[in-house]
Design a binder for this molecule. Sequence first.
Ligand code: ZN
Length: 226
Amino acid sequence: MTAMSNETRLREDICRFGRSLFERGLTPGSSGNISVRLDGGGWLVTPTNASLGFLDPAKLSQLDETGRLISGDAPTKEVPLHTALYDTRGSARAIVHLHSTHSVALSMLPEIDPRAALPPMTAYYLMKCGATALVPYYRPGDPAVADAIKGLAGKYSSVLLANHGPVVAGDTLEAAVFATEELEETAKLYLLLRGMNPRYLSPEQVKDLANVFGVTLPEHGHEHGH
Ligand SMILES: [Zn+2]
């Protein structure tokens, strides 16, 4: 497969996944953005003020390695969220950022552990998201949010921005989308069960997943419980 046809496919995939996320109510209006690292260097990014439901493959923003726009519409103003995660997490090939309701709700709860925003509720959450870090609230456009993400040193593939939404990296676009959906569904489960004293996975069950599926959790992941 040539580099050119690969880029054409990636452009179509960004629009296809974007429409799917939008149509299922996972990011409203013109919120949310997607980026993919290109084989030849640089990125494809969704444009500013664009709804993920109505993207045009030809108008996606193409950035060079330095972040300069080389074709398409002006990129999302949230590009620094993406570059902060790419810079610190070398394996990241795609990043999805949504304003998804349950994840945003979770980010505002007082008991959330910033090193494990969700307890070990399901095997698939751990396998797709690992642990999720919570970054404090910053007003839109504040460059400090990128510094806060960089401060996590690439240990987390899923980061929750308080009062804002998730930023999730994957080694493919599909993996990043599926992990973002898993995070949103797990946040929904947490809210459904809050105050009901649910049984989460035990440390032994988490260790078993780590052994069998190679799930790696950052040092502080889940040790505090909820
Ligand atoms: Zn946002």
